[in-house]
Design a protein around this ligand. Structure first.
Ligand code: NI
Length: 202
């Protein structure tokens, strides 16, 4: 139950942040005397990153430029939330045409680099789709990336000596071909709804 509350809290926080950002982008002015938009109120989601893919190769955000990135942050030992979200993500892409699919890179970023080695990640992502890219890295690389995407995650001890779990926000980000934040899908967004929105964006 505690984990569900955290997802809800993280989701709500994200909605607040995203709304503020959307208002900023639409030119909403909360009363600046000059009427100008203050750029320091901009909320940035995403940005450059340097990580390691499932083949052990160092990759940066620039490697994906020109295509939309569908990004989800989680970990391979996640009992239920990540597998469901990744199935939905892959399910949404399956509803698109091959031409549409070619414009999107689905990416799973680990928030558990300690256990999610490239080799381990490779086995995991391949069970969902041959197109799914798995990214991991050093703890510092992951922390930096998660921070820039406003991803919440925290290690929690497993019960009765079981391996630790990682609480994490469950949001699928859509980043544009220029690497900038476009929109997001909240936890549980169905493949049909996701596919519909992606068609509009492509
Ligand atoms: Ni998970």
């Amino acid at each position: 139950m505690k984990r569900i509350h955290l997802y809800v809290a993280a989701g709500l926080l994200f909605v607040v942040v995203a709304t503020a950002y959307a208002l900023y982008r639409s030119g909403y002015d909360p009363g600046t005397p000059s009427g100008s938009i203050q750029t320091n109120t901009e909320v940035r989601i995403g940005g450059p990153f340097t990580l390691v893919d499932q083949n052990g190769k160092t990759v940066t955000a620039a490697d994906f430029q020109g295509r939309f990135m569908l990004m989800y942050f989680g970990y391979t030992y996640c009992p239920d939330v990540c597998p469901t979200s990744l199935q939905f993500m892959v399910g949404a892409l399956a509803l698109l045409t091959p031409e549409q699919r070619a414009k999107i890179v689905p990416i799973f970023v680990s928030v558990d680099p300690e256990r999610d080695t490239p080799a381990h990640l490779k086995d995991y992502v391949s069970t969902f789709s041959p197109d799914l890219v798995g990214l991991t890295g050093t703890t510092e690389q992951i922390n930096t990336t998660a921070r820039s995407y406003k991803v919440y995650f925290a290690k929690v001890p497993g019960e009765k000596g079981a391996p630790y779990l990682v609480d994490h926000s469950s949001i699928t980000y859509v980043m544009g071909p220029d690497g900038k934040f476009v929109t997001h899908f909240g936890h549980g967004t169905t493949p049909e709804v996701m596919a519909e929105r992606l068609r509009e964006l492509l």
